[in-house]
Write a protein that binds this ligand. Structure first.
Ligand SMILES: [Zn+2]
Length: 244
């Protein structure tokens, strides 16, 4: 018999869309925790939850973290505008919550040249990227990686993510788990089996509006149920708790 290694599970959900309320219900149903990254508004015109909904997420035990003020991708912005987006996104959210906001997710997933430093300067403790295929957050708290997105990525997209974030042998296992199986559920099963052996942190992320658009609510329920079977309650954490 093989001893299993310590295993934790975290989830994160970007954009603060009103469907996050449904997502929070599903997470709570399965006893799974996580972090919602909410911008003040969304430049793409997508709806964002109101202040009452945001406070309700925090009251339900989820972490609420920043996603810039207007959901602008940092790499395309002049430095001072990028700084304003990072700082104002935090201030706006702290005014709503009445408590400190520790994390930020970079819109589009990439910090660009200045993003990491801007997040640090603004007083954040960590920042999440969209680097996938990881079973650990990585050494830099302002460059937190993830494992898999709740989205039916095909192999070329997974390969692009692998390459864009430096490739490397450590992420090949999860790449093959997701890339060689038919469908997200089968891929997640393979990841869960790997994580059970290796230990580490399973970090599942996505967008509620995208889960709706791709009809993935039933698959999400199955994945969350399976994850809850695998990881004991004390190993289910928010993104911020991954680093503690
Ligand atoms: Zn986003």
């Amino acid at each position: 018999m093989t001893d299993s290694k310590p295993l934790r599970l975290t989830t994160s959900w970007d954009d603060g869309h009103p469907l996050d309320r449904r997502l929070a219900e599903r997470l709570a149903h399965h006893g799974i925790r996580g972090t919602f990254y909410v911008p003040g508004s969304n430049i793409s015109g997508r709806a964002v939850m109101d202040a009452g909904d945001i406070r309700a997420l925090a009251a339900a035990g989820f972490e609420v973290a920043a996603h810039t003020y207007e959901h602008l991708r940092l790499p395309g912005l002049p430095l001072e505008e990028a700084r304003r987006q990072v700082e104002d996104g935090r201030r706006w959210l702290e005014d709503i919550l009445g408590s400190a906001v520790r994390g930020i997710a970079y819109p589009g997933g990439h910090p660009g040249r200045w993003g990491r430093q801007l997040a640090r300067d603004a007083g954040f403790a960590y920042a999440r990227t969209t680097r996938m295929l990881c079973l650990e957050p990585g050494p830099d708290p302002f460059d937190m990686g993830t494992t898999a997105q709740v989205f039916p990525h095909r192999l070329p997209a997974l390969l692009r993510n692998w390459l864009r974030h430096g490739g490397g042998s450590r992420r090949l296992g999860v790449l093959s788990d997701l890339g060689s199986r038919a469908g997200l559920l089968a891929g997640m099963e393979a990841i869960f089996a790997r994580a059970r052996q290796q230990g580490g942190v399973i970090h599942l992320w996505g967008h509620s509006w995208e889960i709706e658009r791709t009809n993935l609510w039933p698959a999400l329920d199955e994945i969350l149920a399976r994850a809850a079977d695998l990881v004991p309650a004390d190993g289910r954490v928010t993104n911020g708790e991954v680093l503690t």
